[in-house]
Design a protein around this ligand. Structure first.
Ligand code: WTA
Length: 635
């Protein structure tokens, strides 16, 4: 029996048991059978969660792009690797075969080298969802440069923070981007960031919207002429299994974003394995994940996982609402998409619109439908199941994180029976544990607790760039000898997991993780603001929205509150990006605080959620009277 492709439930249980009994042996078999190694490993795994230090396939040599591209050339050279569907449905799509991809990645890799990028250097990629993004990511991997993709919706100061944190010497961007009916001046945003980034020597600029942009002499270069002049073969740099492949930033509960570092061999094995099983990908299938490559979902399940399996992966530049709310379904019909992977927030937004937008299109090609990024509520699950999948296409509710690199808990379609809102069972090799507040593992079923993982899996992030201590503190200190996810979960009577949400100060808005601290820092930049506290509250499309409680400075000046709200949101947009804007801003004279001065967010959360029946004990507060004021004026 091959461990690689699970086809029914019995097989899942068998493979799962084997994977837990002897994880080293299990992953060794997977790694041996399905990948191209320049040299085999000396040791499958060494780990110590107290340091923490985790190494997979130590001593092995490989290049991930040889696995994602070169390896497929003899048998699948003319197969489409990437389909590019532009923002504007009138613009022609592109089919990029594995052969084309090889050539484009090699050329780009040679351009990077010509511009002085070397193995281990960090390259920031700030691009829209155009083929150059995929090509740039893979070109970095080709030469062993560490890519740091920053989602092109982040503001200039968020971009600058990320560039500086990992000391990137190059930025790859475009003149601008299309987003529905709008264009965005990406290069302008980069220019603004770079005023604060002395480490950047070169900016490569792809042409997308043909706008007039400023080019700084000796720093900015148009990409196309360099590509035209580049050689179309570039040998792959031979990497150690544990060499970093990329950095990807995720929000934390404190100010600075965390640059999660993923390494090469384990990440490749795990993303490829989970892609194959969670999507039941077969050779002729067309697979589409609607995420942006700026997030982990795009890294693992638009690029690396699919390409390592020789899959055809679709990249969509636009948004679900342009030119109308039928766009996703029109694309599914156009390409006869077989596997479709999206986020609950998109499903909820589309479910609000007229059903005709879905019914107009032939969606019969769909075999598997995925969900990721936040809990999918029951209503959205049913809408997706009935109207998109016509009840014949299983939904895989996939739970995982930037830090985990790949999907951790998910049904295997056509094997695991699905239940709405349940991510269901751990994938092979994943050993979840639920913990109580005293640090004890809660055994048995029908229990809930904090979700931890007891044993390493190949794609776990290895560190936080430049801050190993923070990595240890955030993930390995809450519970002894366990990786702590920051999520709460319950395990039902048959052992299915349901993720109940974050238990820390991270709020997931439209599937994007937002730490409260950086938003509060931004709000506090407003000259009229003395202090602020931000919490999440339920929102029917975004999952959660942000509610800000703001104390103004006593300047005696009377300001128009609506103008202040606009100004505060403007500052947030500049510091972080429009995704972090506050839906509601309540001005207050104080915030409920404990005697040690800590804001009692629990109370603020309840008020924001209009759940004020039981506020718990407020008598220990320093200022209990403020609670009434806040409740009376709640929005
Ligand atoms: C949440 C995205 C419930 C969770 C891949 C996690 C989910 C955080 C699910 C990571 C799901 C992700 N059900 N919650 N299926 N998937 N989450 O790093 O809180 O952007 O910790 O990775 O999203 O978000 P991240």
């Amino acid at each position: 029996m091959s461990n690689y492709h699970i086809k029914h439930l019995e097989e899942y249980f068998q493979i799962y048991r084997k994977s837990v009994r002897d994880p080293e042996n299990f992953w060794e078999e997977v790694a041996e059978e399905h990948f191209m190694w320049r040299k085999k490993w000396d040791k499958v795994l060494s780990w110590d969660f107290t340091k923490p230090e985790i190494k997979w396939f130590e001593g092995a040599k490989l290049n991930i792009t040889e696995n994602c591209i070169d390896r497929h050339l003899p048998t699948h050279g003319n197969k489409t690797a990437i389909i590019f569907e532009p923002n504007d449905p009138e613009e022609k799509e592109q089919y990029i075969t594995f052969k084309d991809l090889h050539e484009r990645v090699c050329k780009m890799a040679n351009v990077l080298k010509d511009q002085g990028v070397k193995k281990g250097d960090r390259v920031c990629i700030y691009l829209p969802m155009i083929p150059e993004l995929a090509v740039s990511v893979l070109a970095c991997a080709r030469i062993g440069a560490i890519h740091s993709v920053v989602f092109a919706g982040f503001s200039s100061s968020a971009l600058a923070t990320r560039i500086n944190d990992s000391n990137c010497k190059m930025v790859i961007t475009s003149d601008g981007s299309y987003r529905g009916s709008k264009t965005i001046d990406l290069k302008g945003i980069v220019d603004e960031s770079l005023e604060k980034c002395p480490c950047v020597e070169t900016v490569l600029v792809a042409k997308r919207i043909n706008s007039e942009i400023n080019m700084t002499q000796n720093r900015d270069k148009w990409l196309q002429p360099l590509l035209d002049a580049a050689n179309d073969y570039c040998p792959a740099e031979i990497m150690d299994s544990e060499d970093p492949l990329f950095i990807l930033y995720t929000s934390g509960s404190t100010g600075m974003p965390k640059g999660m570092v993923h390494s090469t061999g384990g990440y490749m094995v795990y993303t490829a394995y989970t892609f194959k099983n969670v999507f039941q990908y077969k050779d002729e299938d067309i697979y589409w994940c609607t995420a942006d490559i700026g997030w982990i979902t795009g890294h693992s399940y638009i690029l690396y996982g699919p390409l390592a399996n020789g899959a055809t992966t679709l990249m969509f530049e636009g948004v679900p609402s342009y030119p109308d709310f039928g766009r996703f379904w029109q694309i599914v019909e156009k390409y006869k998409v077989n596997q479709f992977y999206t986020a609950p927030t998109a499903i909820r937004a589309l479910a609000k619109e007229n059903l005709e937008y879905v019914e107009k299109y032939d969606l019969s090609s769909l075999k598997v439908m995925g969900s990721v990024g936040e809990p999918i509520n029951e209503e959205a699950w049913h809408w997706y199941n009935i109207n998109v999948g016509k009840k014949k296409s299983p939904i895989v509710d996939t739970w995982w994180q930037t830090e985990t690199g790949g999907i951790m808990i998910s049904p295997i379609p056509y094997a695991t029976p699905t239940i709405p809102t349940y991510a269901s069972l751990p994938l092979p090799g994943i050993q979840p544990a639920l913990m109580d507040e005293n640090g004890q593992e809660i055994k048995g079923n029908q229990v809930d607790g904090r979700l931890c993982i007891k044993f390493p899996w190949p794609s776990i992030a290895r560190t936080i760039w430049g801050n190993h201590q923070r990595y240890k503190d955030t993930y390995f200190s809450a519970f002894e000898n366990k990786y702590f996810t920051g999520d709460g979960a319950l395990r039902d009577e048959v052992g299915y997991y349901r993720i109940t949400g974050r238990v820390d100060d991270v709020i997931i808005v439209s599937g994007h993780n937002l730490g409260t601290a950086p938003i509060e820092d931004a709000v506090n930049e407003h000259p009229a603001v003395a202090e602020s506290a931000i919490v999440g509250f339920p929102h029917d499309v975004k999952g959660n929205a942000l509610y800000g409680y703001v104390i103004l400075k006593e300047t005696g000046e009377t300001r128009n509150q609506d103008n202040l709200r606009k100004e505060i949101n403007q500052i947030i947009t500049e510091h972080i990006g429009p995704i972090a804007k506050l839906d509601k801003i309540q001005f207050t004279s104080g915030l409920p605080k404990t005697r040690s001065g800590k804001i009692m967010r629990r109370i603020l959360r309840k008020i924001a959620s209009k759940d004020t029946g039981n506020l718990g004990d407020t008598s220990t507060l320093l200022n209990p009277e403020v609670v009434k004021e806040i409740m009376d004026n709640a929005l």
